[in-house]
Design a protein around this ligand. Structure first.
Ligand code: GLC
Length: 648
């Protein structure tokens, strides 16, 4: 980008009050700077001779979309792009929470009233699950979209959403919303037109008159929901054609080989972010491009498409960033930050699905060996990118570990996965976990796990048994894994309810449109009765809430926890301990030690000293705010305990 021209434009006045003319000039500069790469990507996917006039159509659309962006958001874009706020998403000040509005506060107006709750806990970044219209029966929790911008009535109105984002901006809070980019519902206007026989809209989806092409696809495409939606195609009676439905049978995959689809979708996206969205969560983006003979995931064309979305967004709304929801193999995740010419031009954030799954492995095995091996095998991420670190979300826990790494530890990969399923899904009488299977596939024994953090970590069973020691162990584990997501580097995303140890919600089993999908086990209503009593009653919930709140406050007081690619994993020689350092200048470093075992573990103090931490008189530990003493040259770490040790 032409920096001198930009500085000249911005020099004279406060960026927040930039005039419309200057703002337009900046838009033109961004357009000029990005045009050649946009053209390169667009014509690689859609060659001009096969799709005449489509590139011009896109380029003519962009200024129209820019004109629709509200002035207040344009000013924010300028602040985040050319001001000091350009890396706001890497700050240690950010702490996120993910929630379903209806389960949390009934509707958007209710959520506005609940904003002080987040402030009390220290949360300032919200991921709200889909808010848009959806089919009235099964709708995959709103991920089957009937529209991308119309708000589901029972959640509120467009005005309510605008009011919410305004209120959040006032309080310095950020909003993330989904962009369900891979598919629409079968009730979406394009699908309805396709069903009525409109050939233009039929081309927006992958549809086939017979099984010949679907059968070829099936040879190499895996099944996402094998139990409830086997295969990747569904027969539609009205069209008398097979439609590609990779997820559920009512979710139709969009045909991005058709450039009209891309142009429509980028227009919709840019309209959607004008509500005041700060981060767009690109849902299921690994699936965007389909090709016979491949698994149709992570294809180079999908990366080019995402980059095209991103570049167009950069031209029009450069302050808005993208999160990759790529729940794929560790080696593939970092590719969504952009490789080669796409570096810096793809996603700014990605879910750290590898860390999440590995934490659950470490809890069950009480060992950190697979965690180290796997994290060390993840390619480095670019400096400008960061992770969303999480323990639980609304989806299942997939066991996508690298088989070879499991085997290198001397374990059989298949038996190891079976052990984890049994440990978490109530098949081992000694296991404290109370989870359920998700999408168990008897053909190959594959399955995933679902359940709330607290129930998977033993709190439900402990309370059922009235076992105080087990209860306290479970609470320690809850804090241990949250301490990791708060200190690892990136935005920690707490799942609503986990801050008070919410247990599994079994009510979905009575609901016909939900009972087949065990992920609803972990989508509970927010328990406001318990929250009301947090401050005046000693309970498990208040223990978790106040300890978590203290960790959040600590995070915000440690600038070394902002993500500057300053994470170093350290091998301690003890198989139960995870040790990493957030390195900083001089005295600034932080060493995080976590004991995943049920017995006390020790670390050699000389080794800690060689890293620059502690000395004869002990260690300064931030969570307990105590000075830890050595025992015969060793630092003892109690069961399921975490230390945040600083240098002085
Ligand atoms: C994403 C969502 C998941 C949904 C799927 C299909 O993975 O997180 O809940 O089922 O996309 O939209």
């Amino acid at each position: 980008m032409n920096q001198t021209a930009i500085h000249r434009l911005l020099a004279e006045q406060d960026k927040k009050q930039i005039s419309p003319t200057k703002s337009k000039e900046l838009f033109k500069l961004r357009m000029a700077a990005n045009l050649s790469i946009i053209k390169h990507l667009f014509s690689s996917l859609y060659p001009e001779d096969e799709h005449p006039g489509m590139f011009d159509k896109l380029i003519e659309r962009l200024p129209m979309l820019y004109a629709k962006r509200p002035a207040e958001l344009k000013a924010l874009d300028i602040d985040r792009t050319y001001g000091r706020n350009d890396h706001w998403y890497q700050s240690e000040q950010l702490v996120g929470m993910q929630l379903y509005v209806d389960h949390f506060s009934d509707n958007l107006q209710g959520l506005i009233k609940r904003l002080p709750y987040f402030e009390e806990l220290g949360v300032n970044f919200l991921h709200l699950m889909p808010l848009t219209t959806r089919p009235s029966g099964e709708n995959d929790g709103g991920y089957a979209v009937n529209s991308y911008t119309e708000i589901e009535k029972r959640l509120g109105s467009k005005e309510d959403l605008r009011q919410l984002t305004k209120e959040m901006r006032k309080r310095g809070m950020y909003l993330m919303l989904d962009f369900v980019v891979n598919h629409t519902s079968d009730e979406f206007s394009w699908a309805l037109k396709a069903k009525e026989g409109d050939l233009q809209y039929r081309e927006y989806y992958y549809t086939y008159p017979d099984r010949s092409i679907p059968d070829q696809f099936e040879k190499t495409m895996p099944e996402v929901f094998p139990e409830t939606s086997p295969g990747n195609f569904t027969y539609n009676q009205e069209m008398q054609r097979w439609v590609m439905t990779v997820f559920n049978k009512y979710q139709w995959d969009l045909n991005y080989a058709n450039p009209e689809v891309f142009i429509e979708m980028i227009s919709i996206l840019l309209e959607k972010i004008n509500y005041g969205v700060d981060v767009v969560r690109f849902d299921a983006l690994a699936f965007l491009w389909k090709k016979l003979g491949t698994n149709s995931q992570n294809l180079p064309e999908a990366h080019m498409l995402i980059s095209l979305f991103r570049l167009c967004m950069q031209v029009i709304a450069p302050g808005v960033i993208i999160l990759a929801e790529a729940i794929v193999a560790p080696k593939d995740i970092t590719k969504y930050f952009g490789n080669g010419i796409l570096e810096g031009n793809e996603c700014d954030l990605a879910y750290n699905a590898s860390l999440m799954a590995l934490l659950w492995n470490s809890i069950a095995t009480k060992k950190t060996n697979l965690l180290y091996k796997s994290l060390l095998s993840v390619p480095d991420k670019p400096k400008s990118a960061t992770w969303i670190n999480y323990v639980r979300c609304h989806d299942d826990i997939g066991l996508g570990y690298d088989d070879q790494l499991i085997e290198e530890l001397g374990w059989n990969a298949q038996s190891h996965r079976r052990f984890l399923l049994e440990y978490y899904c109530q098949k081992l009488h000694w296991s404290p976990a109370k989870g359920m299977m998700f999408m168990y596939n008897p053909k190959n024994g594959d399955g995933r796990i679902t359940g709330s953090t607290a129930s998977l970590l033993g709190l439900e069973k402990a309370l059922d048994l009235g076992d105080a020691e087990m209860t306290s162990k479970s609470i320690d584990k809850i804090l241990l894994v949250h301490g990791i997501i708060l200190s690892f580097g990136g935005i920690p995303m707490i799942y609503a309810g986990d801050e008070i140890g919410t247990l599994n919600d079994y009510s979905f089993l009575q609901k016909p449109d939900k009972k087949e999908d065990t992920r609803w086990l972990n989508r509970p209503n927010q328990d406001w009765d318990t929250i009301k009593q947090l401050s005046d009653k000693k309970s498990e919930a208040s223990d978790i809430f106040y300890r978590l709140r203290q960790l959040i406050q600590l995070r915000k007081n440690l600038p070394v926890l902002s993500d500057r690619n300053n994470l170093v994993l350290h091998h301690t020689g003890n198989p139960h301990i995870l040790a990493y350092e957030r390195t900083g200048r001089d005295e600034e470093g932080l060493l995080v030690l976590s004991n995943f075992d049920e017995s006390e573990q020790v670390i050699d103090a000389n080794w800690l000293e060689s890293l620059g931490y502690g000395h004869d008189s002990g260690f300064k530990e931030m969570i307990s705010d105590e000075h830890l003493k050595l025992n015969s040259g060793l630092l003892p770490i109690p069961p399921y305990t975490q230390y945040w040790i600083v240098k002085n």
